[in-house]
Design a protein around this ligand. Structure first.
Ligand code: GLU
Length: 281
């Protein structure tokens, strides 16, 4: 990646449905930060979850963004075309002894947690993995791998934290303590998808030369985990900016589920891009 002057931002939709006003707001936030920093705005399609993503939504998202006035100012990165890169990053972590295979199904994890005295939850709200497969004997682990049992790859969080100095992340010019420990042994290689959001997004931000990661404040805790991955894998450190989430009339975060109006529907109803963006807050 050539050295770039200015602030490089990106908007990274997952094509699981049509873009709505919340997306327009987020894209504009990234676009304006790139303008303010005399840099470039890039688009990335986060479509590794084949079960939920559809190519027609990706195409529609690109059309919506161009119509709003936010075209990508550089190559559009499509995650489903980058699987070898994610596999290589997982291999590096595995060779460094920082990943272990986890054979637990979601139901197994839930059962373990239900039986535990305390069930801590990670910053993303999901129950923290109790570490069952971390304790597997090496021989048993290998036998299960050799038998081809379905598995994910989890980060050994305690081991990972021992490899790096105390980390911080930078937001609005200030340094904040990065504390990824709350994620526990987070899944980086999924059993139902080639890799996890955290691994792919962090790698791709580095690959796209992103210097300012902008996203909703619901994802603020992810900055801590992404800093850890950057430190472990020697990737550059971007700055972070988190924007508020737009809420629907019911006060809940705007989403397809609570009837967010698709940008395409507004366009078809005769609204101009300026009018749509004015509604996006
Ligand atoms: N694909 C993610 C989403 O739609 C983007 C998260 C990010 O910007 O890192 O929520």
């Amino acid at each position: 990646m050539p050295a770039d002057a200015g602030t490089i931002t990106r908007f990274a939709p997952s094509p699981t449905g049509p873009l709505h006003l919340g997306h327009a707001f987020a894209a504009r936030f990234a676009w304006e930060r790139a303008r303010a920093g005399a840099g470039r705005f890039l688009i990335r399609i986060e479509d590794i979850d084949a079960g939920r993503c559809r190519p027609e939504y990706a195409e529609a998202a690109l059309a919506d963004l161009a119509w709003l006035g936010f075209p990508s100012e550089g190559e559009i990165l499509v995650q489903s075309a980058r699987l070898p890169h994610y596999a290589a990053a997982l291999a590096r972590l595995r060779e460094a002894g920082l990943l272990y295979p986890c054979f637990c199904s979601r139901a197994d994890v839930q059962r373990e947690i239900a039986g535990a005295a305390a069930a801590p939850h990670g910053p993303d709200g999901s129950p923290r993995y109790p570490g069952t497969c971390r304790a597997l004997a090496a021989g048993e682990r290998q036998a299960r791998l050799d038998a081809g049992l379905p598995h994910s790859w989890r980060l050994d969080m305690a081991a990972a934290l021992r490899r790096v100095p105390p980390l911080t992340y930078r937001e609005a010019g200030e340094r904040h303590l990065a504390d990824p420990s709350g994620f526990g042994d987070v899944v980086l290689g999924r059993r139902d998808a080639p890799a996890s959001y955290h691994l792919c997004a962090t790698l791709d931000d580095a690959a796209q030369g992103v210097t300012l990661v902008t996203r909703g404040e619901d994802l603020r805790p992810a900055a801590s985990l992404h800093r850890l991955l950057q430190a472990l894998l020697g990737w550059p450190e971007p700055e972070y900016a988190h924007h508020p989430l737009i809420c629907g009339l019911d006060g809940a975060r705007l989403s397809k589920r609570n009837g967010a109006v698709a940008i395409a529907a507004l366009r078809e109803a005769g609204f101009t891009p300026g009018q749509v963006l004015a509604r996006a807050g």
